[in-house]
Ligand binder design. Structure first.
Ligand code: ATP
Ligand code: MG
Length: 337
């Protein structure tokens, strides 16, 4: 069996980082027909681990993320779209997994460490937040997923999941499936930088181009994008390292030859930022306009979107409950069977 699980936190609309890091890959995998099951989760419970005081934001973004999913081409006939918090089994699994994870192991997770610094939690880290990688292990294993297509920031999460799986299997017998991470082949797509040149495009950092941005906003964001601060006159030789406009061309432009020629010209001098940005706008418009179109269609039909999520969630719950039963049997806590 080949089973995929992946997902996103409903803390905002999805952006180009999600697109190249995971969404685009998911759609390809979905349409390859090679997978027995594809589960796509809106991780609202995980979002609440650092938004406990802002449930409205999470609630509102469930719909946004669902629209983003449908608009990039995830097809509810082929992929199961569901909402994490509505599957109680996931939290039961988490509780048992927490017993095989040490606090110091949780504190060592580099992605979580980074996020703690970014969010200025200092010594007030919500316990749920520190433990979210364990809940992620539950999300993945609850569906017997063996493939998890995600961006680079998820490498430590997958490592931690695999450790948990091995420990549980060691103690209780082969009961869980050990998953593999699937990173985008293109290195740049594993961690797309923000439009400000910062290492990662992220909702938290507010440096995103959203899939739902209209043409005008897109043009504005590209216009203000970070390039080469030393490239002042058009005739000056420019640098492409750390120049986000070129990074995005590498991530999004199919025609590598054009990009290589532009890079060469830019480095030689004589190619202005305005021209390069205009080309990037064209490339991104071509990708985003069909996405916007599909979004607009679904936006008119919120009941349909809700129905997709309800049915997906019911479907996902069945699978999770089978896996939970299997684990409880292995743990010999199935007293009433
Ligand atoms: P938040 O700031 O709320 O954590 P986020 O922008 O980091 O939001 P997530 O929902 O945490 O987004 O990430 C969902 C998925 O998208 C993960 O698989 C993650 O690896 C991928 N992803 C997010 N940002 C990027 C990026 N800039 N480049 C590549 N992949 C990304
Ligand atoms: Mg994140």
């Amino acid at each position: 069996m080949k089973i995929i699980l992946t997902g996103d936190r409903p803390t905002g609309k999805l952006h180009l980082g999600h697109f190249v890091g995971s969404l685009r890959e998911r759609v390809k995998l979905q349409n390859s027909g090679e997978f027995d099951k594809i589960f796509i989760m809106i991780a609202d419970a995980q979002a609440l681990t650092d938004h406990a005081d802002n449930p409205e934001k999470v609630r509102e973004n469930i719909f946004n993320v669902a629209l983003d999913y449908l608009s990039v081409g995830l097809d509810p006939k082929k992929s199961t779209l569901f909402i994490q918090s509505q599957i109680a089994e996931l939290f039961e699994l988490t509780a048992y997994y927490l017993n095989v994870v040490t606090v110091s192991r949780l504190e060592r997770n580099p992605t979580v460490k980074n996020e703690i610094a970014q969010k200025n939690f200092e010594t007030s880290i919500p316990a749920g937040f520190l433990c979210y990688p364990v809940s992620q292990a539950a999300d993945i294993t609850a569906f017997d997923a063996n493939i998890v297509p995600v961006g680079e920031d998820q490498i430590p999460m997958l490592e931690q999941t695999r450790e948990i799986v091995r420990k549980i299997n060691d103690i209780y017998g082969e009961v869980l499936v050990e998953p593999d991470i699937l990173l985008p082949k293109n290195q740049i797509c594993r961690r797309l930088p923000g439009i400000d040149g910062k290492a990662k495009m992220s909702k938290t950092l507010g440096n995103c181009i959203y899939l739902s941005d209209d043409s005008k906003i897109l043009a504005e964001k590209i216009k203000n994008m970070y390039t080469d601060p030393l490239h002042i006159k058009v005739s000056d030789p420019g640098h492409i390292e750390g120049n986000v406009v070129f990074t995005y061309l590498d991530a999004f432009c199919e025609d590598k030859k054009i990009v290589d020629d532009m890079k060469e010209h830019y480095q030689r001098g004589g190619l202005g930022d305005v021209k390069v940005k205009k080309f990037l706008l064209e490339v991104l418009e071509n990708i985003l306009s069909p996405i916007r179109q599909r979004r607009a269609d679904y936006e008119k039909n919120p009941d349909e979107v809700l129905k997709i999520l309800r049915e997906g969630t019911e479907n996902a719950r069945q699978k999770a409950s089978e896996v939970l039963k299997r684990l409880k049997r292995a743990m010999k806590i199935n007293y009433f069977d």
